[in-house]
Design a protein around this ligand. Structure first.
Ligand code: HXC
Length: 262
């Protein structure tokens, strides 16, 4: 199934949706229309019970997303700027905290809000030609779509501050070295690898996927004792699923499990 907006194109095949940000003439910079269509698409993905994994990428071979649209932001007053940050934070939180597994396939520039979009995804893989960074300081602003919070949690406070304070772009290889992306592949291998990863994850039982996301996302903000108790609760919850019984029985019977996603 393929659904085409002008700015966001989604194609769903079985349990995997490919979401392409389609504004290549502006290096896929996120203006209001693109953000609205992205919000609609992410909401539809989350509401579709068949979809377990979504891949987000950018149209063309130059950019994943080169950031929020600078022309749109330039004239904003403080209240409107704050509101736009809040609304896009809510959209990116849907990606991070939703039940679908999101993979960012970073095919080129992932800058500013583009890097923040990738940060909200569960997994990031990059083409070796990609460049990442938080160049907001060069525009007299700070990252406002979660970057000041997600980046230090991912790569550590010192490296995150260095990236944000210098505004420097880094290569995909450097991004992998600091843990900002999980894998770097040749540009022509990016989408095949993203699809392969998506298929591998989509073949897993759905509730366990959801609970892994929940345990990591929510547990991260807790003190360790509460986080361990929370993990134990979610572990216990797995035993309410048919897939836990089936997964363990299949192992004992030396056969492949038949997942029911329930
Ligand atoms: C609007 C953008 C854009 C952006 C690129 N374009 N990035 N338009 N907003 N973020 C447009 C250019 O204006 C140009 O349009 C076209 O895309 C091609 O870009 P060029 O600059 O000509 O390409 P190139 O010389 O290859 O340089 C690529 C680039 C550069 C290095 C990525 O475009 C760049 O520095 N872009 C800005 C990156 C950035 O600062 N991102 C952070 C934005 S702030 P025309 O019409 O001239 O052809 C942000 C904050 C989010 O994201 C949080 C807010 C709360």
């Amino acid at each position: 199934m393929a659904i085409s907006g002008t700015r966001i194109i989604t194609e769903t095949f079985e349990a995997v949706t490919l979401l392409t940000i389609n504004r290549p003439e502006a290096l896929n910079a996120l203006d209001q229309q693109t953000l609205q269509q992205l919000n609609t698409a992410v909401t539809a993905i989350e509401a579709d019970p068949r979809v377990k994994v979504a891949i987000i990428t950018g149209a063309g071979d130059k950019a994943f997303v080169a950031g929020g649209d600078i022309g749109v932001m330039q004239p904003l007053d403080p209240i409107a700027a704050r509101q736009s940050a809040v609304e896009t934070q809510q959209l990116l939180n849907k990606i991070e905290y939703g039940s679908t597994v999101f993979i960012a396939a970073i095919n080129g520039y992932a800058l500013g809000g583009g890097c923040e979009l990738a940060l909200a995804c569960d997994i990031r893989i990059a083409a070796n030609s990609a460049q990442l960074g938080q160049p907001e300081v060069n525009l007299g602003i700070i990252p406002g779509w979660g970057g000041t919070q997600r980046l230090p949690r991912l790569v550590g406070v010192s490296v995150a501050k260095q990236l944000m304070l210098t505004g420097e772009r880094i290569s995909a290889a450097k991004a992998a070295e600091i843990g900002l992306v999980g894998e770097v592949v040749n540009a022509d291998e990016l989408m095949p690898r993203a699809r392969e990863l998506a298929q591998t994850i989509a073949a897993k039982p759905k509730v366990a996927l959801q609970l892994i996301k929940e345990a990591v996302n929510n547990g991260f903000e807790m003190d360790m004792n509460r986080a361990f108790a929370y993990e134990a609760d979610l572990f216990g919850l797995c035993f309410a699923t048919a897939d836990q019984k089936e997964g363990m029985l299949a192992f004992l019977e030396k056969r492949r499990p038949n997942w029911r996603d329930a």
